[in-house]
Write a protein that binds this ligand. Structure first.
Ligand code: 13P
Ligand code: SF4
Length: 302
């Protein structure tokens, strides 16, 4: 029996659903019941009837699913798959920031630990960050941990964002030189980048979108060539859903090592052993849930 068949069999025995982020390896995206961006995946985790969620992504994503659905068992097939950007801020560091700016509301990018979310007023993802910051009733906002997404959001909202100095090491790899090279090699291609990219790269782009935003863009564009400025895994999803476009990575080395830690064997082991469970302490979970639920309530009608 092929490994995919074994996973499918065990998945139905366990009443499990497999959710995968668009940065996952192709074979993981292909076995998943649903592939999406951080916002899509948190909505799916909230809506599923399955008892078990096999989360193919990184730790903060599985934690978010466990917070949203505390009665479900959330498995992360490799518990060491973390997010270096999320690890750049801790609950203690956030408390220090809040003490320096009393009364200023905190917007936490979902790429944060449950403890950081618990100390925040509302969460956001790259897909809704502009909308969420606009909705906060204050012209000054503490925004953690991504300084690059924060920069982008401040230009779009006109608000004063007090930023933490965090960044995504994978998106940081993409530079203006990559843009100059790509424009030369693929004249006429549309440059679509993720807002986690450096501000210099964002300023040179034609479109700035979350990963699912890129897929939605590909569905409706007339462009036949695109240069994609995000983690390279998304090109698999883009090609699968919209094969009529030629996609070129802005930087083919932009692969997130943590996103690539999960593979079919680990998914099978996770379902067999049921031992890579992500749990969040109840008090932290309840506080973090308020910040996540506020975000999800805002995006309900999308
Ligand atoms: P999305 O918000 O597009 O899912 O991607 C952000 C990211 O880096 C996930 O780790
Ligand atoms: Fe974290 Fe960047 Fe990897 Fe996303 S791509 S999980 S932000 S390190």
């Amino acid at each position: 029996m092929k490994i995919q068949e074994k996973i499918t069999e065990l998945k139905s025995k366990r009443n499990a659903v497999i959710l995968a982020h668009g940065y996952q390896p192709p074979e993981v995206q292909d076995i998943a019941d649903f592939t999406g961006d951080s916002l899509d995946l948190s909505r799916k985790a909230a809506a599923t009837d399955a008892e078990v969620i096999v989360f193919c992504g990184v730790h903060f994503m599985a934690e978010t699913a466990a917070i949203i659905s505390p009665k479900k068992t959330v498995l992360l097939p490799d518990l060491k798959a973390g997010c270096p950007m999320a690890n750049m801020i801790t609950a203690e560091k956030l408390s220090g920031m809040k003490a320096q700016h009393p009364g200023v509301p905190v917007v936490a990018y979902v790429n944060t630990s449950a403890a950081v979310k618990a100390g925040s007023d509302i969460c956001c993802t790259s897909a809704n960050a502009v909308d969420i910051v606009n909705a906060v009733k204050s012209d000054t906002v503490i925004f953690v941990p991504d300084r690059d997404l924060g920069n982008y959001v401040s230009t779009k909202t006109g608000k004063k964002l007090i930023l933490w100095d965090g960044f995504c090491p994978t998106h940081e790899k993409m530079t203006p030189d990559d843009v100059i090279r790509a424009r030369k090699e693929h004249p006429g291609a549309v440059l679509v980048v993720h807002p986690e990219c450096r501000p210099e790269v964002v300023a040179m782009a034609d479109e700035v979108l979350s990963t699912s935003g890129m897929c939605a863009w590909a569905r409706k564009t007339d462009a036949r060539q695109a240069v994609i400025g995000t983690e390279v895994g998304i090109i698999h999803r883009l090609k699968k859903e919209n094969p009529g476009i030629e996609y070129h990575p802005l930087n083919k080395g932009a692969a997130c090592p943590n996103m690539k830690k999960i593979g079919l064997e680990k998914i099978l082991w996770a379902l067999e052993e049921m031992n890579c469970v992500v749990r969040v302490p109840q008090e932290t979970s309840e506080k973090a849930k308020k910040a996540i639920d506020l975000m999800l309530a805002r995006n309900k009608r999308d």
